[in-house]
Design a protein around this ligand. Structure first.
Ligand code: SF4
Length: 477
């Protein structure tokens, strides 16, 4: 395989997205079809999900946001600022709050490649394999890092690794890339100790990370800039909880694809005016749908226990809607942001530390008992969202989730009366399990297990929703 100039993942994706800002948000059916025709077949099929009439406004706003995010990163690099690669389990707003830095998120880039490029992200995966990495590493990080290691793309000048303590696969791949590229890696390790001592330790680590970043960037993290960014992050958090509430009616007014857009916003432009605009769009369009009374009845409300599938957006999200299956959220949406006290630099940093501690994966897989923390969060979300069932996508690299998923399934059934489907596939690569097989297994499960179960009156009592309530800390319920 020869990689040439312009073949890097970021270059290819930003080329594709550069069309979006020039498009009117009220683009006609005809123009939409014309635009999609310009795309290669696989990308056309997958990206068509963003152009479904009921999703289009939010879809275009989302693609627009990502286009801006990527061109900001390219612009920052051109101006000599440092592009900092962060993983999905770290608040990008900390990097945004520095003048000399710009964050890009590994897993968002991989998802964009998987969903929007011809051939998905597989050519970059092959780079990692060619370098001798084992095929049970996590595709979510290795696809983007494969592109960077091939050396023909926008390059990060530093890596923040927040996965130690939560995911070995993620942390090792970032460490490998840091050594291979010769760029610094700043590590923030999540202690599995949830006592006060554990929290104190994390505060020390986080303080050390800020000092290292300040030294590397030659700039102090100022109170003013932090307040500016976190006031926008707080607004995003308010809108997050509004959207959370909007999932509760039956039929659910939130389109399936909003799950992907919510996580994508949290992991990229959270804490910026563009991020606020995106979140407002998700909430306002959903409110409108609720009023319009055009919602179709639903057959099953599905909560995803961990990641979902991202390599064929039409084949999953749109297909599920056609089948009247609601895709409520996946675990990447469970960042459950809390308002940050903007009083002082210290209070703001404390808020960021808390946000990072509770990020998806940190909160569950980095807990003293993975199974307990994951079960409690899933039961909380399933009850709040009134889920009829849970699906685990069975991603190959997730040794930790595989090791406890059968306990999760038993406890969801025993405590909440909710059945769980355990699938086998890779969220970012269609070669492990094609979307048609996933569709077939989902259909069989929902039609044979979930729908008949719903027709019987559910005997298990559900806890009343707690709108203003934040989720319980693992082990505190
Ligand atoms: S938790 Fe699973 S999906 Fe997430 S980075 Fe680790 S291996 Fe990949």
């Amino acid at each position: 395989m020869t990689l040439t100039k312009q073949t890097g993942l970021i270059d290819r994706i930003s080329g594709l997205l550069s069309l979006i800002p020039r498009m009117p948000k009220n683009i006609s059916e005809e123009s939409t079809a014309g635009l999609l025709e310009l795309l290669p077949p696989e990308a056309r099929h997958s990206l068509a999900a963003f152009f479904q009439p009921h999703v289009r406004l939010a879809g275009l706003t989302f693609l627009d946001m990502l286009s801006e995010w990527l061109s900001n990163a390219q612009g920052a690099a051109a101006e000599g600022k440092k592009v900092v690669l962060v993983p999905f389990n770290f608040p990008p707003e900390l990097i945004t709050a520095f003048d000399n830095a710009y964050p890009i998120t590994t897993e968002v880039l991989t998802t964009l490649a998987a969903a929007g490029l011809q051939g998905g992200g597989e050519r970059y995966w092959e780079v990692m394999m060619a370098l001798g990495l084992p095929d049970h590493i996590c595709s979510s990080n290795s696809i983007e890092l494969g592109s960077m290691l091939a050396g023909e793309d926008l390059m990060a000048q530093a890596i923040v690794s927040a996965a130690p303590g939560a995911c070995d696969a993620n942390s090792k791949i970032h460490e490998f890339a840091s050594h291979y590229l010769g760029i610094p890696q700043f590590i923030i390790e999540k202690p599995v100790d949830e006592s006060e001592a554990g929290h104190r330790q994390y505060e020390i680590y986080f303080g050390g990370l800020i000092r290292q970043l300040e030294e590397f960037l030659g700039e102090e993290l100022t109170e003013e800039k932090l307040r500016y960014v976190l006031s926008r992050a707080n607004r995003c958090a308010e809108l997050y909880w509004e959207l959370w509430e909007l999932h509760k009616p039956n039929p659910c007014p939130v389109p399936n694809l909003y799950s992907l857009m919510l996580a994508g916003t949290r992991f990229s432009m959270w804490g910026t005016d563009t991020g606020v605009k995106m979140m407002e769009c998700l909430v306002e369009t959903t409110r409108r749908r609720l009023k319009e009374d055009t919602l179709r009845p639903q057959k099953a409300r599905v909560l995803w226990a961990y990641t979902s599938y991202y390599f064929d957006l039409t084949g999953l999200y749109t297909w599920m809607e056609e089948k009247q299956y609601v895709h409520l959220m996946d675990a990447l949406d469970l960042s459950m942001p809390q308002p940050i006290d903007l009083t002082s630099r210290e209070t703001m940093i404390r808020g960021l530390i808390e946000a990072c501690w509770n990020y998806p994966m940190n909160r569950q897989m980095g807990a003293p008992s993975m199974s307990r923390a994951w079960i409690e969060d899933m039961i909380y979300a399933a009850r709040e969202m009134r889920a009829d069932c849970v699906v685990y996508c069975g991603h190959d690299a997730c040794k930790q989730t595989w090791s406890v998923v059968s306990i999760l399934r038993e406890e969801l059934m025993r405590r909440a009366g909710i059945p769980t489907l355990i699938l086998h596939g890779d969220s970012w690569m269609k070669t492990t399990t094609p979307i048609t097989v996933i569709q077939q297994e989902l259909t069989e499960f929902i039609e044979n297990v979930v729908v008949p179960k719903d027709q019987r009156a559910r005997k298990t009592k559900r806890r009343l929703p707690r709108p203003a309530d934040s989720p319980p800390a693992p082990g505190k319920e």
